[in-house]
Each structure stands twice: as structure tokens, then as C-alpha cells.
Write a protein that binds this ligand. Structure first.
Ligand code: FMN
Length: 173
């Protein structure tokens, strides 16, 4: 069975998961900018992963806009964000990115990534600096907000190989 793993990553977290998954599955690995739907169509199974930006999975349209052309393939999509993995986060991200009809054709996974302000592209630094300022002004912060605030000073990485196990098993099954 031929498997392709495709990722779109701004600061390296989706890429790291994609590399682990491709290694585990013996799959071909590509940056999303290098592949077309025609390339995807050559494979039996497809794994797509992207970082989360305002709950959207970076570049996921490559898959969701082309599901008709990818009919019959096993498709796993992962989103990687700084948020702690929970049912709430999983459901929110899934429902923001996919319709119920699309969810019949793909399987979604949330894999916790991290946050690295230093590696953000220049155009994302000003909005994040504003968010940081807003967090600093708050008198009370949730643990999640405090964690995000702290991560501006020191990058955090919550990636773990264990997190890919369910996705890898799904593709193998
Ligand atoms: C502008 C911006 C928006 C973000 N939005 C979210 C979000 O909605 N949910 C989340 O969990 N993480 C969010 N993050 C954190 C990233 O998703 C996280 O750092 C991710 O691991 C990045 O993956 P990448 O480096 O592969 O692009 C955001 C980060 C930035 C800079």
C-alpha cells in the first residue's frame, strides 16, 4: 500500500509530526507546496497535517476541496496546535474545518504541538505581540493563558511520538 504524508508548517511542529509518521509508515514525505492533487491521486493512503491558526488547519483545502478526486482513499488529517489536547479542542477544531459529509471521507486527529515565537514568519509577529500584551494586562489568567504567555519567553514543545500512534494504526488498519 502506497502512502503519502504531506504537511504545511510555519514553525516546524507539523513538519516534525509528518516526519515521524512518514518514517513509521515507510511513506513518501512532501511539503504541501511540492504536491498537486494529481500527485495525491497516485497513492492509496494520504496523511495531511498542518499547524492551527485561529482554529483553522493550515492548507487543509488541498484535501477538503479535492475529496471527489480522492474518493476511495484512506485519508487521515492532523492539526497541531499549542492547546492542550481535550475533547473540547478536538471537537472545536474538527467542526470548524470539516462538514459532516467530509468527515465521512476523512479521519481527523489533533496532535499537540507547541509554540515558538522566534520562528514565526514576520507577518505573524505583530498580532501575536498584541495578544501577548493583552494577556499581560489580564489580572487573572487560566493555566492555558499563563502557559501561552510564558512561552513567548521560552519556546515550548509538547510533541510526542506517542501522539502519532492512533493515526499510524488507522492508516495501517
Ligand atoms: C496567529 C496564531 C494563531 C494560532 N492559533 C492557534 C489555535 O487556534 N489553536 C491552537 O491550539 N494553537 C494556535 N496557535 C499555535 C500554533 O498552532 C502552534 O504553534 C503550532 O504547533 C504551529 O504549527 P506549525 O509550526 O507546524 O505551523 C496559533 C499560533 C499563531 C502564531
Amino acid at each position: 500500500m502506497k502512502t503519502i504524508v504531506v504537511y504545511k508548517s510555519k514553525t516546524g511542529f507539523a513538519r516534525k509530526y509528518a516526519e515521524w509518521i512518514a518514517y513509521e509508515l515507510g511513506a513518501d514525505l512532501f511539503d504541501a507546496s511540492e504536491v498537486s492533487v494529481a500527485t495525491l491521486a497516485e497513492y492509496d493512503s494520504i496523511v495531511y497535517g498542518g499547524g492551527l491558526y485561529a482554529v483553522g488547519i493550515n492548507g487543509v483545502g488541498l484535501i477538503t476541496k479535492n475529496l471527489d478526486r480522492l474518493a476511495g482513499k484512506r485519508i487521515a488529517i492532523f492539526g497541531t496546535g499549542a492547546s492542550t489536547a481535550s475533547d473540547k479542542v478536538f471537537t472545536e477544531v474538527r467542526d470548524k474545518n470539516f462538514t459532516p459529509a467530509q468527515l465521512e471521507k476523512i479521519r481527523f486527529f489533533y496532535l499537540r504541538g507547541g509554540f515558538d515565537f522566534t520562528r514565526l514568519p514576520w507577518y505573524l509577529k505583530p498580532p501575536m505581540a498584541i495578544m501577548r500584551w493583552g494577556l499581560k494586562q489580564k489580572k487573572e489568567r487560566t493555566a492555558e493563558e499563563q502557559g501561552l504567555l510564558d512561552s513567548f519567553d521560552a519556546p515550548v514543545d509538547f510533541t510526542s511520538k506517542e501522539n502519532i500512534e492512533e493515526l499510524v494504526a488507522y492508516i495501517r488498519s
